[in-house]
Design a protein around this ligand. Structure first.
Ligand code: PLP
Length: 244
């Protein structure tokens, strides 16, 4: 390996795509650092999940080499082969998309965390799928913050029943809550509403401390409101070509 072009040997080995991702990742980590500092929260209170949907397994491999430990996917057809291609990497796979009950068994084979649990039937299917594969899953309840569960997510009033169903499932662990800030709603207000739902949930389930909120455009507001996990795609990997 030549050292003439400068940079550490590791950086030279990354190639142009790796360097681009490394630079974006540094910027995102700086944003999370700044948001934690501004909110008076310890830096290790917030975990970065890099959303790799539409991007290839080779990018996941580059991310793992850059210290990323958690990745997110939203379509089973895409995620299953990608997770298999990356099975040698020490990664936590988060499933963050709307999930049909008939895909639950497939997702249970590779996902470690399912963030989009929004109905009891899906809880049953995930528990059965995890049992089939001899695995355990952490589940987050996705909450709809605009009262329109058509786009996925449970209504806030349905959270307690869902939480009990997850907690009562042998193969599932209740991790907490997840939400996407609805269009047309100030993200800070949406994330404050999610934080309240999390507080109520923890009264009944104290270990369910995860709050997944915040994407490329609103991670600061999410960290301010207490997010423990931010889901960042575009700011790390670039603008996606395909609209999902
Ligand atoms: C795609 C996606 C993200 C990442 O969004 P960016 O704006 O690209 O950071 C986060 N959460 C969910 C549920 C997604 O589908």
């Amino acid at each position: 390996m030549s050292s003439e072009s400068g940079g550490s040997p590791d950086e030279q080995a990354l190639g142009p795509r790796g360097e681009e991702i490394a630079e974006n990742l540094r910027a995102v980590r700086r944003r999370i650092d700044g948001a934690c500092a501004a909110a008076g929260r310890p830096r290790d209170a917030v975990r970065l999940v890099v959303v790799t949907k539409t991007y290839p397994a080779s990018d996941v491999r580059l991310l793992a080499g850059l210290g990323v430990r958690e990745v997110g996917e939203n379509r089973d057809q895409e995620a299953a082969p990608k997770a298999e291609a990356c099975a040698d990497l020490e990664l936590t796979w988060h499933y963050i998309g709307q999930l049909q009950t008939n895909k639950a068994r497939s997702v249970a084979a590779y996902a470690d965390v399912v963030q989009s649990v929004d109905r009891v039937r899906l809880v049953r299917a995930l528990d059965a799928g995890a049992d089939r594969h001899g695995r355990e899953l952490t589940c987050l309840i996705q909450v709809s913050l605009d009262g329109d569960p058509g786009r996925g997510g449970a209504l806030p009033e349905d959270v307690p029943e869902l939480a009990d169903a997850i907690a009562g499932s042998p193969r599932l662990t209740l991790g907490g809550v997840m939400a996407v800030a609805p269009l047309g709603v100030e993200p800070a207000r949406a994330f404050a509403a999610l934080a309240e739902i999390s507080t109520r949930l923890r009264a009944a389930h104290p270990a369910a401390t995860m709050v997944s909120a915040g994407m490329s455009n609103d991670l600061e507001q999410a960290v301010e409101a207490g997010a423990t996990h931010v889901r960042i795609g575009t700011a790390v990997l670039g603008v996606r070509r395909l609209l999902r």
